[in-house]
Design a protein. Structure first.
Length: 88
């Protein structure tokens, strides 16, 4: 399984943050440390009917499904395989 990265673009620089793949594989949810969360985080995914088109899925506060002292948890509404193929 290839890693999935979150991207954030600030000041004409794109940074990558690798997701916790072990947690994602086991729970089908994104577990993101709170200190890594910022506005503009997204990952890439292919359009369901046309895989040549790539979209951005933004992780926003309204998409948080659970929170604890150290992490935010987000639903992962795609298959890991299809996202990992475009997320590098």
């Amino acid at each position: 399984m290839r890693p999935i990265y979150l991207f954030v673009e600030k000041n004409n620089i794109t940074r990558k943050i690798m997701l916790d793949m072990a947690y994602l594989s086991a729970k089908k949810k994104i577990r993101l440390p709170k200190y890594l969360f910022e506005d503009g985080l997204y990952f890439l995914y292919p359009e369901s009917n046309d895989h040549s088109k790539i979209n951005k899925y933004f992780l926003t506060k309204d998409r948080i499904i659970k929170e604890d002292e150290n992490f935010y948890y987000f639903k992962f509404p795609f298959s890991i395989k299809e996202v990992s193929e475009v997320s590098n």
